[in-house]
Every structure is written in structure tokens, then in C-alpha cells.
Design a protein. Structure first.
Length: 271
């Protein structure tokens, strides 16, 4: 378990940055992409070689140019606005803080945040993040390599409750308030980023357990299911958690908060 090793001034900066991130992420409706940035910085961790992980290396052109990071430069630039006001905060901490705040401001659980991560510019080779066209064995290969479990895989996949609505990310709030139904107006997304199209849930800016509810319903008009989503249904060890989280949002929030904290602290041993 990580313990804070930062000084009081640093903690104050974190507190200020957290407040600024709350306002920024809410105003820009960019919670989904901020959460994805945090996950993609952390999700390269290799527990055997102790390389990758939440170390800010995704800010290097080499790494954000990886195919799986398509679109994340936007989130990196958003974070730079906060970084310029709080230069002492490491990128590694800032990206993870943004991920935690993204979950919080969209109505998700509070994920405990411990600062003190160090920055690195050493990027792992491409290919450490999951490939959405594959099945359960691949998900296990990838997440076990991070040192995470079946339960973490399913709980964290619930992060797909969020998906950005591109036009809203770039436009002002005035435009948002004119839209009675955000989904009906802008619900299709991102064929240009991942090759996949459409949101997972009807309210892609609300963090809830609807990802699991929709998953169990099967095919739904206009909603996205990746092969890796279907794998969570087909594999009995995964499916038990899908069923639990679909019927018990508190159980999902509890497990999600635990798994997200683990993800955000991969390889982060301080003290
Ligand atoms: C988006 C794959 C796990 C959070 C996406 C997209 C794909 C994908 C293909 C669409 C990207 C786009 O076109 O914009 C996967 C696979 C996973 C996985 C195969 C393996 C289990 C996770 C985890 C989290 C997460 C663990 C966080 C806890 C997100 C979010 C988005 C997203 C928030 C929406 C980003 C946006 O709309 O801006 N993911 N993902 N994903 N993923 Fe995942």
C-alpha cells in the first residue's frame, strides 16, 4: 500500500489542482477522455519487469502516437492547462488525479488518491494495452501482466459507462444546454479513433452501473458491444461479476473504487 511521501506544499497544490480539475472536467464534459488517459498511462504496467505504469510517459509523442492512444492527445493538452498552474505536480500524479476526479464529477464512487508518483519519459513498446477484438484469454494475459485479477477486469470495464460525445468536448456549455437529449443528438462516436462506433450506455456522461445492465440485455439498438465486452458474458468467472454489478450498484461502486485505486498505483511503492 502506497503511503504519501510528499510535503505539505505539494499536498496543497494537489488540493488546488483537484478543485480546478473538477470545474474543468465538468465544464468541458471531458470526463470520459480524462479517465481513458489515466487508464492508458497506468495500463502499460508489467509486474514482472516493473516497467510502464502510471508514470506520465504517455505524454511523450512516441507513446501517445500508439494506435490504442488515438485521441488522447486532447486529454494530455487539457492536463497541460492544469500543469502550467501547478508545475510541481508530476504528470504521473496529475493524470491519475484527473481520472479520479472524472469518476467523481460524473457521479461515480470516490476513489482514494495518494500522491507521490514519479515521472518517466521511458515508454514501453506498443502492444501492452488490451485489443478490443480479442476474447477472455487475451484480457487475462493483459490484466494479469499488470498484476490485476478477474474481478478487477470486470469492475474496471465498468469504466465504459462513460463515453465522450466529441462535439460537446470542444464546444461551450451554452451549446450543451440547448440540447434536450445529448444522446439523441450526438450519440455516435469515434470510428476515427478506434474503429468502433457508438456509446455503451444511454447516458454516456453519467457514471453508474448501466454498462453491466446493457451488457446483460444483449444487442441494443445504437449501443456498442466490443468483443472484449462480450467476453465478460461468455466467461463464467467474469459473468458472475457482471450479474452482481448489474443488480447491485453499491457492490459495483465499492469494487470499482478498489480496482481503480490499484490501477492508479501500479508499481507505485513509496515510503
Ligand atoms: C473507450 C477498449 C478497458 C475506460 C474505449 C474504446 C475502446 C476501448 C475500443 C473506444 C475508443 C474511441 O473510439 O474513442 C477497451 C478494452 C478494454 C478497456 C478492450 C479492456 C478491458 C477500459 C478500462 C477503463 C476504460 C479499464 C477505465 C477504467 C474507457 C473510457 C472510454 C474508453 C472512459 C471512453 C473514452 C472517450 O469516449 O473519450 N475503450 N477499454 N476502458 N475506455 Fe476502454
Amino acid at each position: 500500500m502506497a503511503m504519501p511521501v510528499v510535503d505539505t506544499e505539494y499536498l496543497k497544490e494537489i488540493d488546488k489542482a483537484r478543485r480546478e480539475l473538477r470545474a474543468f472536467i465538468s465544464n468541458k464534459n471531458c470526463a470520459p477522455i480524462m479517465l481513458r488517459l489515466a487508464w492508458h498511462d497506468a495500463g502499460t504496467y508489467d509486474v514482472n519487469t516493473k516497467t510502464g505504469g502510471p508514470n506520465g510517459s504517455i505524454r511523450t509523442e512516441e507513446e501517445y502516437s500508439h494506435g490504442s492512444n488515438n485521441g488522447l492527445k486532447i486529454a494530455i493538452d487539457f492536463c497541460e492547462e492544469i500543469k502550467s498552474k501547478h508545475p510541481r505536480i508530476t504528470y504521473a500524479d496529475l493524470y491519475q488525479l484527473a481520472g479520479v476526479v472524472a469518476v467523481e464529477v460524473t457521479g461515480g464512487p470516490t476513489v482514494d488518491f495518494v500522491p507521490g508518483r514519479k515521472d518517466s519519459k521511458i515508454s514501453p513498446k506498443e502492444g501492452r494495452l488490451p485489443n478490443a477484438t480479442k476474447g477472455a484469454p487475451h484480457l487475462r494475459d493483459i490484466f494479469y501482466r499488470m498484476g490485476l485479477s478477474d474481478k478487477d477486469i470486470v469492475a474496471l470495464s465498468g469504466g465504459h459507462t462513460l463515453q465522450s460525445i466529441p462535439k460537446l468536448v470542444f464546444q461551450s456549455q451554452v451549446i450543451i444546454s440547448k440540447h434536450v437529449s445529448i444522446f439523441a443528438t450526438h450519440g455516435k462516436a469515434h470510428a476515427d479513433r478506434s474503429g468502433f462506433d457508438g456509446p455503451w450506455t444511454r447516458e454516456p456522461l453519467k457514471f453508474d452501473n448501466s454498462y453491466f445492465v446493457e451488457l446483460l440485455k444483449g444487442e441494443s439498438e445504437g449501443l456498442l458491444k466490443l468483443p472484449t465486452d462480450i467476453a465478460l458474458l461468455d466467461d463464467p468467472a467474469f459473468r458472475q461479476y457482471v450479474e452482481l454489478y448489474a443488480k447491485d450498484e453499491d457492490a459495483f461502486f465499492n469494487d470499482y473504487a478498489t480496482s481503480h485505486k490499484k490501477l492508479s498505483e501500479l508499481g507505485f511503492i513509496s515510503g
